[in-house]
Every structure is written in structure tokens, then in C-alpha cells.
Design a protein around this ligand. Structure first.
Ligand SMILES: O[C@H]1CN[C@@H](c2nc(-c3ccc(C(F)(F)F)cc3)no2)C1
Length: 329
């Protein structure tokens, strides 16, 4: 039985967290976006048109003695922001930290949308969602976590994302030094392939928790905290000068004073998103106005507890108990 840990580094404004992996023999090193909201491991590859590669590292299956083409298999994925990619599939050895999966489905991109081409530091995505939503056809493939979990001391992984600093993904163990206080556990609904859960309520600033069921997913691949419109309006009604700016596509407000904290419930515990985390990023060079880290989930069908929520906590993604654990740190 094994455990593993790998460091993940925040991009500018914590827009995404990039983590090193190795593929093939000899190992080819790429840096990818670990995404608990999807379940495909896909990478930039030598099968892409050169014009679509701008600085990314690519996987070359022909340069790996352990690669084996999964004949007839293809994949195509579209993300929440409308970005997309597609290609074909190889089985090859994938290593994350000290954990190795010998026959991992590695989805080689043939096409990627401009958003990926224009993101030079991101060589692909590694899905940590449930394998039921893997897009490979005709036979969906397992995620790295699903393949490695039988070798782990316990079938779970944890996230410790940080604000503007390296964080970590751990596999197979809960590091007691990584959090403070108790872990609040809540059951996971994986019926849509996500790490879904329902928060019992929320509070703005120091007020008491309001009962309001919020069903959403824990999604490391989404930058912000996307909540029901009514809650977002209630929050920004307590932020001086806040307004919905359609040109920015969300709520903006003066970068000072620091806005109130946002608190959401997890079972009988709470998670506090500090006001300075809601100050997501300045929208002007004078840093006068800021784009909010809390925005509306309208149109998605559920809320998304993205990095703005996750980086406040140490979070346990427990596939054994089918539960999420949230702790302060
Ligand atoms: O689909 C949901 C699953 N989790 C969310 C997610 N979104 C991305 C993403 C990463 C990078 C890019 C790009 F580089 F800018 F293209 C775009 C989207 N990764 O996870 C949304």
C-alpha cells in the first residue's frame, strides 16, 4: 500500500493550479491542471498542428517505449467556460509524485481551442472526478485516481490549495499537520460524476448562518466561487459600491475597504472565505476596482465551490466513504 504527495503551484491570481506529472518511458515531464470537476487526462501532443502549440510541453507517444495506442478510441471534451479539446488515446505509464500507474489512459490532443493554445504554462488537464463522466469513446477510461486507489493506504486524496503560493495534492493519507481543528464531513452525491454536496446555509460577515440549501460541486478546475444569484446579491448588498458590471461579466467593487467574509456551512461545521479572498483581482491598472471572487452560478444548474472556496481549506476527497471533508488551516 502506498501514499503520495505532489506540489501544485498557483498561476497569476490563482487562476489555475498547475502540477507536474510524468508520462512514458523515458519519462516525459508535463505540467497540468488537476481538475476535480472532470475525468479526462488529456495532454498537448505531437499529433497537434504546430500553430496550436504556443510554448506548451507536448507528449510524444512515439518517443515512449511503453505507449500503446488504444485503437479506435477518441475523446472530446468541453469545459464550463466553453473551451474544448479532442484527440485519440494511448495507454502509457503515468507518474505523479512517487505514485505510478502502468497502463493509464493518456488522451493525446489533436485539437485544442484557442483558450488552451493561449495558456502557455498549461500542458493539459488531469481529471479527478468520477470515471463515469470520462469522454473516451467507445469505452470510457479510468482516471489516474481510480487506477491508483487500489494501491493506496486508503482511497482518498486531499487538496491544500493556497493563495499565491505552492500547495499540494496528497494521495492515500490525511496529513494531520495540514489542518487545524476538526474536519467537517458531508456526504458526496456522485450521480453526475462530480464531487457533489449540499451546504445547509451561508452567512455574510459575522451574521448567524442563514438556512439555505446550496447544492454544488467541489471543483479545483474552476477559479471562482459560483453561487445562486439570490445569495450573490445578498452578499454584494453588504459590499460598499458593489455593482454588476456586464462589461466585466460579474460583480465589481472598490478594492478597499476589504469586503466582508463569506461563510458557508458544511454539515454542522462552517467554512470561512475571508473578505480578502473575495477581492479576486483588480480590473484596472490603478487597482481601484476589483472583480469579485464570488459570482453567480446562473445557467449551470448547480453551484461551484471553486478555488476561491477550496484555497481557504484543507479538503478531503474520500472515494471510500463517498464523503468530502473540509477543515480550516
Ligand atoms: O468544466 C468544468 C470542470 N472544471 C472546470 C474547469 N475548467 C477548466 C479549464 C482549464 C483551462 C482552460 C483554458 F486553459 F483557459 F483553456 C479552460 C478551462 N478546468 O477545469 C469547469
Amino acid at each position: 500500500r502506498q501514499t503520495g504527495t505532489v506540489e501544485t503551484d498557483a498561476e497569476k491570481h490563482d487562476v489555475e493550479y498547475l502540477t507536474p506529472i510524468s508520462i512514458g518511458t523515458p519519462p516525459q515531464d508535463l505540467i497540468v491542471d488537476f481538475d476535480t470537476g472532470s475525468s479526462d487526462l488529456w495532454v498537448f501532443s505531437t499529433e497537434m498542428a504546430a500553430k496550436d502549440i504556443k510554448g506548451q510541453a507536448v507528449y510524444d507517444p512515439n518517443n515512449s517505449s511503453t505507449s500503446e495506442k488504444l485503437q479506435g478510441s477518441t475523446w472530446q471534451i468541453t469545459y464550463g467556460d466553453g473551451s474544448s479539446s479532442s484527440g485519440d488515446v494511448y495507454l502509457d505509464t503515468v507518474t505523479i509524485g512517487n505514485l505510478t500507474v502502468p497502463n493509464q489512459a493518456v488522451e493525446a490532443a489533436k485539437k485544442v481551442s484557442d483558450e488552451f493554445t493561449d495558456d502557455p504554462n498549461n500542458d493539459g488537464l488531469l481529471g479527478l472526478g468520477f470515471s463515469s463522466i470520462n469522454t473516451v469513446q467507445p469505452t470510457p477510461q479510468n482516471t489516474f485516481f481510480d487506477n491508483v486507489k487500489k494501491n493506496l493506504d486508503t482511497p482518498l486524496f486531499t487538496t491544500d490549495l493556497k493563495h499565491g503560493a505552492p500547495g499540494s495534492y496528497n494521495f492515500g493519507y490525511i496529513d494531520p499537520a495540514a489542518y487545524i481543528g476538526n474536519i467537517s464531513w458531508t456526504p458526496v452525491d456522485n450521480s453526475q460524476g462530480f464531487w457533489g454536496f449540499t451546504s445547509p446555509g451561508y452567512a455574510v460577515g459575522t451574521e448567524t448562518l442563514r438556512n439555505h440549501s446550496i447544492s454544488g460541486i467541489a471543483d479545483t478546475g474552476t477559479t471562482l466561487l459560483l453561487l445562486p444569484k439570490s445569495i450573490v446579491k445578498a452578499y454584494y448588498s453588504e459590499v460598499q459600491g458593489a455593482q454588476y458590471d456586464s462589461s466585466q461579466g460579474g460583480y465589481v467593487f472598490p478594492c478597499s475597504p476589504t469586503p466582508p467574509d463569506f461563510v458557508f456551512g458544511v454539515n454542522n461545521g462552517i467554512v470561512t472565505v475571508p473578505g480578502d479572498m473575495v477581492l479576486y483581482a483588480p480590473i484596472d491598472s490603478a487597482n481601484q476596482n476589483c472583480f469579485g471572487g464570488i459570482q453567480s452560478d446562473t445557467g449551470i444548474g448547480f453551484s461551484i465551490f471553486g478555488d476561491v472556496a477550496l484555497k481557504t481549506s484543507f479538503v478531503v476527497f474520500d472515494a471510500g466513504g463517498l464523503q468530502l471533508g473540509w477543515a480550516a488551516k
